[in-house]
Every structure is written in C-alpha cells, then in structure tokens.
Design a binder for this molecule. Structure first.
Ligand code: ATP
Ligand code: MG
Length: 142
C-alpha cells in the first residue's frame, strides 16, 4: 500500500497525524523519514493530539525517547539523530518500548539500523518549498 499526499502547511501536517492516530493502533512501529525540518515532529504532535494530548511535544533529540501514556496504548516518540551506535538502543532499554500496547514513532530510524525492529509503516516526508510531499507505505504489504 502506498499513499501519496500533498501537505500545504503545518496545520495540514497536524491533521494528517490526527488521521493516522484514528486509523492505526498498537502494536506499531513507524519509521519517519525526511530531512531536518521536514515535519516529522510536527506529524507526531498531530498524532498525539488525535489521542487527546494537548501539551508540548519536545523533540527527544538528547533523551532519545519521550513517552506518552493513554488508556490502552502508549506512544513512544524516538529521535535517533544523535545515536552514535545502534547498540545504544539496548542501553536505553529498547525492549521495554516494544510492548503490545506500544506505538513507536521513530525519527532518524536509519541510526538504529540492525537493532530497531522492522517498520510496519514508513512515512517519508519530502520538502517542496513550504509544502511537503508525504508518502506512506506498508513494507510488508508491498
Ligand atoms: N507543510 C508543512 N508541513 C509541516 N511543517 C511545515 C510545513 N511548512 C512549514 N513547516 C515548518 O517546518 C518545521 C518542521 O519542523 P519539525 O520539527 O516538525 O521537523 P523534523 O522533521 O522533526 O526535523 P528534525 O529532523 O530536525 O527533528 C516547523 O517549524 C513547521 O512549522
Ligand atoms: Mg524532529
């Protein structure tokens, strides 16, 4: 399954995240691909809003992961940009994040290659000026 969408502004990216939150449920591993400033964290913010979270979404660039708990599911937002070795994922207790009720939304998953489990969904964001082209694919259904 491949879906392609044009996202004209930040609000549309938030809305896309909200839609995804309504359609996908745990357990789920989501890879978020795209350059710096593409809108990966913005999409995560929309996903969290879709589940009712209205607070601040900090980029977990230094902490690597930030978790949000809801009734029946948890969102674990990873940003692996600063990971120097995929094995570091073992030190932060990766297994604890891979539970039946977990949705992992992972920015810079390339940095965890070999350790991070395969993606159920890949969301790729390309910058087109102030707009974005978003491609959503399900590798196992290709
Ligand atoms: N069409 C758009 N969709 C999403 N964000 C947009 C769009 N146009 C402009 N922006 C802006 O681009 C920025 C995206 O930042 P964001 O932190 O979401 O990127 P990121 O992909 O997580 O980057 P990083 O890899 O540095 O974590 C925000 O400042 C947002 O306002
Ligand atoms: Mg980010």
């Amino acid at each position: 399954m491949i879906e392609r969408k044009n996202i004209d502004n930040e609000n549309e990216m938030l809305a896309l995240g909200q839609n995804l939150a309504a359609h996908w449920h745990a357990p789920l591993m989501v890879y978020l691909l795209g350059d710096l400033g593409a809108g990966k964290t913005t999409l995560v913010r929309g996903w969290l809003r879709g589940l009712g979270y209205q607070g601040i979404v900090k980029s977990p660039t230094y902490t690597l992961v930030e978790s949000y708990h809801f009734a029946g599911q948890s969102i674990h937002h990873f940003d692996l940009y600063r990971l120097t070795d995929p094995e570091e994922l073992y030190y932060i207790g990766l297994e604890e994040y891979l539970q039946p009720q977990s949705i992992c939304l992972v920015e810079w998953p390339q940095q965890g290659k070999g350790v991070l489990p395969a993606a159920d969904i890949i969301i790729e964001i390309a910058i087109k000026g102030s707009a974005r082209e978003v491609m959503i694919s399900q590798p196992s259904v290709r």
